[in-house]
Write a protein that binds this ligand. Sequence first.
Ligand code: FES
Length: 102
Amino acid sequence: MNNIQILKSDLNSGIKIYNTLESSIAILKLNNKYFAFEDICTHDGEPISNGKIFDSCIECPRHQAKFNLETGEALCMPATENIKIFKIIEKENIIEIILEEE
Ligand code: FES
């Protein structure tokens, strides 16, 4: 699978969703930092990218499980499994999301 490259300027207007054959990846800029995570709640498979975002966390809109966007950690019930976080490499005017580590 190839990595994803996205212009930093494309993230100024909010969260972007990038669909691969395997999954849906949400990419966003928050307090001048970039985050990329699999857009699937580990509780019951709901997309979480339209949830509330605060303090580097996102809250699933369905049952309000919270996840840390830096680590993917599930912070409260009903989720008990972490979400997948993707490594990001920042370049001059783009970011690269690493889909697979070699
Ligand atoms: S589907 Fe996300 S908390 Fe239930």
